[in-house]
Design a protein around this ligand. Structure first.
Ligand code: NDP
Length: 332
């Protein structure tokens, strides 16, 4: 095994700006942990771009290597749970935030963070999903746990062309649900129908400004990735007993609602967190992503880049110019 490895290395400059470079780091400089992993693929999420730009809400101390997702092969393990050569993945927890992350050829992490790569999924495919796809799957898992079935009625997905939304549309369609995809991109209809959406709705149509406590009940469930007034509108548009999941804040972190949908239509709002989610749920959901929920269109959702190309991709995601998922190749 090599003693040094390649990594994206973010450093703070004397003028308080942050520089991105590809550096060689020493394996000994990695944090303590039972499992050393040779990373083959990672993926780019918005949170990584914040960490790579010096956002102290995500990463407190620099120099730092971001990357909240990683998939690879165990190089060394101090735990009987894994042995050298096992294919594994890590998403969430503190990876890439204040722990050296997946934009590197190696990570070292606590054994409790490691998920065995499920049968039916390659390392690369697992990173096309990454945290975004896992979050979409967690949302669908919660709808099903709360008894929302295909025959219950239509499911609405917001931010539908985004990382979480696009995978949610695909999984729901694959699981037999009728899906209404909400998008701000009029040109994205074919893409969303290709993923399985039966209906494509313009964003303004679910951004109700009427102030009414209820709207026509249109949906049995909602996978919301945007928050704000769109989530408030969906809560007013659910059938009796409807379920909305909430994972994101792209429109706004504010939620201005009345209690009426909850107390008169028995609507429920379920929070989704991919970071601290239990190992039991993690393994169950990853196994679904590898089997019943595995998307035929997975390859078409992603573009690949190398570690050397990553700094420019970070600029694109920060400027809202990146489409779909970006997989980062660290070993072939
Ligand atoms: P993306 O940036 O890939 O997609 C977000 C989508 O939201 C866009 O593609 C767009 O889709 C839509 N959108 C953009 N601007 C607005 C706006 N002003 N109002 C309404 N919709 C808008 O993000 P992800 O899909 O990766 O993440 C979505 C959210 O989920 C983020 O807030 C992220 O932080 C959060 N998240 C939470 C996790 C958790 O564990 N809770 C884990 C992962 C992500 P369109 O044009 O089709 O409408």
């Amino acid at each position: 095994m090599e003693e040094t490895f390649k990594a994206l290395w973010i450093t703070e400059q004397s003028d308080q700006s942050f520089a991105r470079q590809i550096a060689r780091r020493n394996i000994d400089s990695l944090p303590p942990g039972e499992v050393l992993i040779r990373v083959h693929y990672s993926s780019l999420n918005y949170k990584d771009a914040l960490s790579a730009s010096g956002n102290r809400g995500v990463t407190r101390n620099y120099p730092h290597t971001p990357g909240i997702d990683a998939a690879g092969v165990v190089a060394e393990s101090q735990s009987p749970a894994f042995k050298a050569g096992d294919p594994v993945l890590v998403t969430g927890y503190d990876l890439g935030m204040n722990t050296s992350g997946g934009f590197a050829e190696y990570i070292r992490v606590p054994v409790g963070w490691v998920v065995p790569l499920p049968n039916g999924l390659s390392l690369r495919e697992s990173m096309i999903y990454g945290t975004a796809g896992f979050t979409a799957a967690l949302s669908v898992h919660q709808l099903q746990k709360h008894d929302i079935k295909p025959e219950s009625g239509k499911i609405v997905v917001t931010g539908a062309t985004g990382g979480v939304g696009s995978v949610a549309v695909g999984i729901l369609a694959k699981a037999g649900y009728e899906v209404a995809a909400v998008t701000g991109k009029p040109e994205a209809g074919d893409f969303l129908r290709g993923l399985g959406a039966g209906e494509v709705i313009g964003r303004e149509e679910v951004d109700d400004q009427s102030g009414k406590p209820f709207l026509k009940a249109r949906f049995a469930g909602a996978v919301d990735t945007v928050g704000g007034n769109i989530l408030a509108t969906l809560l007013k548009s659910l059938h009796y007993g409807g379920i909305a999941t909430c994972c994101g804040l792209v429109q706004s972190p504010q939620l201005n609602t009345t209690v009426f949908p909850f107390i008169l239509r028995s609507v429920s709002l379920i929070g989704i967190d991919s970071v601290q989610c239990s190992q039991e749920v993690r393994r169950l959901v990853w196994n679904k992503l590898a089997a019943d929920w595995k998307l035929e269109q997975l390859d078409g959702l992603s573009r690949e880049c190398t570690l050397d190309e990553l700094p420019e991709r970070i600029d694109l995601i920060l400027n809202g110019k990146l489409k779909g998922r970006t997989v980062v190749r660290l070993a072939s």
